[in-house]
Design a protein around this ligand. Structure first.
Ligand code: ADP
Ligand code: MG
Length: 261
């Protein structure tokens, strides 16, 4: 059961959008996907069909990490609310603002293993686990990375966002961090999102990423499209933005499948 974290030390770059698109394409292929919202903002949860007030009185990822048992994780499961083909293959672990409280546990010995302890015993229940993360390199990202086999960086072709990917990669590859946290994950891809045609800066940043990361950069790049934002506003998968976006996520999932095979 490959576990993959989607991350960047930068917000608003399309991390959640990427998790949605990959989850939707995997589900279309008949794979059973567990989508874990590990961002206290709960954007993935909202876009998979659950408003904040609907999550107030039920278990979420916050309680699962607190109790760090597979039972607590299972208690948080919700069906994705998209159309049928997608929905029946995607299970959501929702998030709400209370997840912020877990950050105070960062100093507790082995607290960084708590998500891994929830997930590892579920091996076999899902074909893919995708973790959406906040734009920080702190305790919540540590929880995700410790639980993960693979990492995909999501970025816009802009200076600060690309810097965020460099910091993420440096963190994952730092020997002290790997030993201290017990990381085994490795980066399998960098995806470029919100690219605008005819913008010289976007072309330069894209080239710089390819120079630095080579084959790790997964083409094709997702262009900036109002229809993608509209889909997320409506709590629909990005695939509803049309055939161009559908094809991009097909290609990305081909790359993903090769990497995790
Ligand atoms: N290719 C795109 N074109 C237009 N808007 C996009 C695109 N990708 C994402 N967005 C929008 O940009 C915003 C930030 O994306 P999101 O996935 O929430 O980023 P992050 O999770 O990194 O904060 C959201 O409103 C989303 O709908
Ligand atoms: Mg997000």
């Amino acid at each position: 059961m490959p576990v993959t974290t989607f991350a960047n030390h930068k917000g608003g770059v399309g991390k959640s959008n990427e998790v949605e698109g990959v989850a939707a394409e995997l589900a279309m292929r008949g794979r059973r996907v567990l989508a874990v919202d590990l961002d206290p903002q709960g954007n993935l949860s909202r876009r998979m069909g659950y408003q904040e007030h609907e999550l107030e009185t039920r278990p979420t990822i916050a309680e699962a990490v607190r109790d760090h048992t597979p039972k607590a994780l299972r208690a948080s499961f919700l069906p994705c609310q998209w159309e049928q083909d997608w929905a029946e293959n995607i299970t959501l672990v929702p998030s709400r603002i209370e997840l912020e409280e877990r950050i105070s546990e960062a100093g507790v010995p082995l607290s960084w293993q708590r998500l891994h302890k929830c997930l590892a015993p579920l091996a076999g229940d899902f074909d893919d686990v995708l973790i959406d993360t906040p734009p920080t390199i702190g305790h919540l990202l540590h929880l995700a990375l410790v639980a993960s086999d693979y990492v995909v960086g999501a970025t816009t072709p802009t200076y600060d966002s690309v810097r965020g990917i460099y910091r993420l990669k440096n963190f994952i590859e730092n020997e002290d961090q790997r030993a201290g946290l017990g990381l085994r994950c490795r980066m399998i891809g960098v995806v470029i999102n919100m690219k605008r045609a005819g913008v010289a800066n976007h072309d330069q940043r894209t080239e710089a990423l390819i120079t630095r990361f080579g084959d790790l950069v997964w083409p094709p790049h997702l262009p900036l499209r109002a229809s993608v934002e509209d889909a997320s506003e409506r709590a629909e998968p990005p695939q509803n933005a049309g055939p161009e976006v559908q094809q991009i996520f097909r290609d990305r999932v081909d790359r993903y499948m090769k990497a995790v095979a």
